[in-house]
Write a protein that binds this ligand. Sequence first.
Ligand code: DAH
Length: 313
Amino acid sequence: MKDKIKKISSLEDLQVLYAETFGKNGTMTQKLKNMANLSNEERAVINTENAELRQLFKEKQSELEMAVLNAKLADEKIDVTLDCEPKNRGTVHPLTQSLKEIASVLESFGYTLWTGPEIEDDWHNFTALNTPEYHPARDMQDTFFLENGNVMRTQTSAIQIRAMEKQGAPIKMFAVGSTYRKELDATHSAMFHQIEGLYIDKGITIADLLGTLRTILSRFFEKEIELRVRPSYFPFTEPSVEIDMKWGDKWLEMLGAGMVHPNVLRNCNIDPEKYQGFAFGFGWDRLAMVKYGLNDLRAFYDGDIRWLKNSGF
Ligand code: DAH
């Protein structure tokens, strides 16, 4: 009997043998039933045999169950070392990446994000920015005009007007968006992007402007940035400056800025006797190009995935 149990190789066979042994009419069941007429020694032999057999069945059962489990595991095993089709992973575009970074710097200084339309009216794009019709400064920006007199926004400065009209002063805002001009070569694209910042409150001075810009640029480029300030002209700021940044051993022209012109504040119903402030405008594309060492502006908009990959993104 013991040998029989040992030789069994499936759970089903084991069940059959178990029933034959311990079932209602099983061999061991019979023996146990007939013990009444037996001597003590004979009973002891049967009891021992009973206990041994039960133990053997139990052991055999767990042995067979384990074998079934192992077979199943072997069957379902996946070979993770096998080669598979390479998957193309998506990447963040350098412009999006640099926007996230500059926005988080500006937001940490309390600037809130505003948006405006890309098709702008004359008032917001020019006139309210102290650039009335026939003002020679309109020539600084080669404009796409629409038939109804609206324009493709030439500067995100239009959004500072919208923000001041809506919120009044004090205000601390920034805006990011596409801008359009009739220019196209290796360093200019007919569509490009700007970042605009504006801070109007009581007692704001040009020292605040310069300190703010140096800190923002240092945070964005993750190193101490040295600035060079040159006098310039924008109709909507007085005084106006252009700011260069030291990069390696070169000075790069980075942005235009200045103290917001009283006429601009008046155009937005803000009293220039009470409130002053500064504004600044960056080329957003320029920020991304410098930070990530990219040199062809046009490649930003071609949507060529090979370029994106090779540019380290
Ligand atoms: N709008 C200007 C441009 O497109 C850039 C600029 C200069 C924006 C000075 C400003 C500013 O807000 O204060 O060339």
